[in-house]
Design a binder for this molecule. Structure first.
Ligand SMILES: NC(=O)c1ccc[n+]([C@@H]2O[C@H](COP(=O)([O-])OP(=O)(O)OC[C@H]3O[C@@H](n4cnc5c(N)ncnc54)[C@H](OP(=O)(O)O)[C@@H]3O)[C@@H](O)[C@H]2O)c1
Length: 174
């Protein structure tokens, strides 16, 4: 993923000023730009990451430099205990969330012949189980929020298939 070109010019309107949003995998890539845009709209943002501690802190620092609220929480979304720990920390520090963006994901591109069971399982653990774990941990926050939202980031490749990506369904014959 290329470096972010996102600018954080404040908006005149701040339509999300009463929302707290958690973006999984927002230390870099698409998640980082989602975090920036939510902050630009006035939301308090939770920046989640697995191992890129420094990058996640840079994202939060950039948001705070624009007088918005951001915290970082490291947690592996594929680990339910880690996700529960994240939920406790978020509730302690920000009182819960209104919006969950399940963005964290990994890509393991292999032809089917060379895709190992371990590769396959890791993709499922992060991309599928991670979405379940985070939704489970924050379900009540979102359900009880006045304008709760659950957003799952996917890919057009999940619908159409692509060569070398056996973790997506094969393209149907025309
Ligand atoms: N890039 C594309 O062209 C594209 C296209 C379609 C869909 N998508 C989807 O969009 C999402 C983001 O993609 P991206 O390209 O922006 O990814 P990326 O640049 O590789 O960034 C992935 C992010 O997810 C985090 N992450 C990975 N495994 C994690 C785990 N187990 N627990 C918590 N966080 C984890 C990473 O944290 P660390 O930095 O700590 O590793 C990082 O912040 C993915 O779901 C992907 O499938 C991407």
């Amino acid at each position: 993923m290329s470096e972010s070109v996102h600018r954080l010019e404040p908006l005149d309107r701040r339509p999300l000023s009463d929302r707290t949003c958690l973006v999984t995998g927002s230390s870099r890539g698409i998640g980082r730009d989602i975090a920036f845009e939510l902050a630009r709209c006035g939301a308090d943002v939770v920046v989640n990451y697995r191992s890129s501690d420094e990058k996640a802190h840079e994202v939060a620092e950039r948001i705070r430099a624009n007088d918005e609220t951001a915290i970082t929480v490291g947690a592996d979304v594929s680990d339910p205990d880690d996700v529960e720990r994240m939920a406790r920390k978020v509730r302690d520090e920000l009182g819960g969330i209104d919006v969950l963006v399940n963005n964290a994901g990994i890509t393991v591109d292999r032809k089917f012949e060379t895709m190992s069971y371990e590769d396959w399982t890791r993709v499922m653990e992060v991309n599928l189980n991670g979405t379940f774990n985070c939704t489970k941990a924050f379900y009540e926050d979102i359900r009880d929020a006045e304008n709760g939202r659950l957003i799952n980031i996917s890919s057009v490749v999940g619908q159409q298939g692509n060569y070398g990506r056996p973790t997506t369904p094969p393209r149907k014959a025309a």
